[in-house]
Design a protein around this ligand. Sequence first.
Ligand SMILES: CCCCC/C=C/C(=O)SCCNC(=O)CCNC(=O)[C@H](O)C(C)(C)COP(=O)(O)OP(=O)(O)OC[C@H]1O[C@@H](n2cnc3c(N)ncnc32)[C@H](O)[C@@H]1OP(=O)(O)O
Ligand SMILES: NC(=O)C1=CN([C@@H]2O[C@H](COP(=O)(O)OP(=O)(O)OC[C@H]3O[C@@H](n4cnc5c(N)ncnc54)[C@H](OP(=O)(O)O)[C@@H]3O)[C@@H](O)[C@H]2O)C=CC1
Length: 293
Amino acid sequence: MFDAAVLQGKRILVTGGGTGLGKEMAVGFAAHGAHVYICGRRKEVLDLAVAEIRERSRGQADALIANVRDPDSIEAMMSAIWADGPLTGLVNNAGANFLAPTESLSPRGYEAIRSTVMDGSFYASVACGKRWIAAGLPGVIISNLVTWVWTGSAYVVPAAMAKAAVHAMTMSLAVEWGPKGIRVNAIAPGPFPTEGAWDKLNPLAETGVGATQADEVPLRRFGKMDELRNLLIFLMSDGCSYITGDTISIDGGHHLAAPSTFAGLAKLSPADWQRAREAIQASVRKEKETRSI
Ligand SMILES: CCCCC/C=C/C(=O)SCCNC(=O)CCNC(=O)[C@H](O)C(C)(C)COP(=O)(O)OP(=O)(O)OC[C@H]1O[C@@H](n2cnc3c(N)ncnc32)[C@H](O)[C@@H]1OP(=O)(O)O
Ligand SMILES: NC(=O)C1=CN([C@@H]2O[C@H](COP(=O)(O)OP(=O)(O)OC[C@H]3O[C@@H](n4cnc5c(N)ncnc54)[C@H](OP(=O)(O)O)[C@@H]3O)[C@@H](O)[C@H]2O)C=CC1
């Protein structure tokens, strides 16, 4: 769809690029000439991802360990990247989420999601933005949101809130940094099944409702990674340099048909919720065993 050199000379950081959608985007950028950086908290996962991205794209990829919830960790990562040269683009993709009845959430549970999605996107955007502004360079920021920024969603309230905050950041920074040549956009995907998301959002047969199902998507299928890559390459390229401040849905029309949330989980019993929580926490334990920070 695109010239293979459309992103030649670009240097793009994808947060949370070691797995899922972030890794797929990174493959797309690297295959079109960009030098891609990915970050996350698990060294082994990142090392495997870099090898896979290089192999699939025949392009350039490197990984850094960083925790987007920690501004010092982000600063250290940006300093290491800038030592080799400035980034030209940032994708705020790192995310955290799990299904839970909102009244069962502890402050730490809320904070884990808010700090990853909202604070992490803000810290990373400012870390890039201040460097671009100081050097008089243009830049592109794309945040990976979700259609709940328009609909909200029951049972994932902290994630819906935090993504909506980044939607507001997108519109606000597009105006503030537009005169400096920095474009700020976002995408709002519908369901693109990944292990990370489905373990936390569809842990049981009983939790399979609208948000994670294809049957009520108007296009009657899940999203494909190629489709996601195409949108990201387009937004990151110089070919759409008049687009800023927008959040673009890529969901087969899911949110317009309304079942794109977890509203259907009102049918779950307290025992079902307990089993869902145990299944989600088993997935989190497995991931934590390999965290490097
Ligand atoms: C249309 C389709 C839309 C799909 C949209 C997708 C959105 C996504 O973002 S999917 C991304 C999924 N991937 C991830 O979430 C990866 C990153 N996740 C994590 O790191 C963990 O899952 C985390 C969010 C739990 C954070 O880990 P950590 O900071 O290490 O937190 P703790 O394990 O210490 O837990 C903190 C706090 O949260 C409580 N908690 C955990 N799970 C549950 C649960 N299922 N229900 C209720 N509460 C939960 C946990 O108990 C801790 O609180 P305290 O007990 O008060 O200490
Ligand atoms: N899959 C889908 O259908 C949809 C996904 N999205 C969004 O796409 C993004 C990716 O989701 P997906 O690929 O499905 O799920 P994954 O769980 O595979 O991706 C989440 C990534 O974020 C990283 N991450 C989490 N916390 C931190 C942290 N504190 N610091 C650094 N990195 C962190 C994780 O790595 P590590 O744990 O090693 O740190 C992981 O690589 C999320 O923002 C999600 O909201 C939006 C709509 C739909």
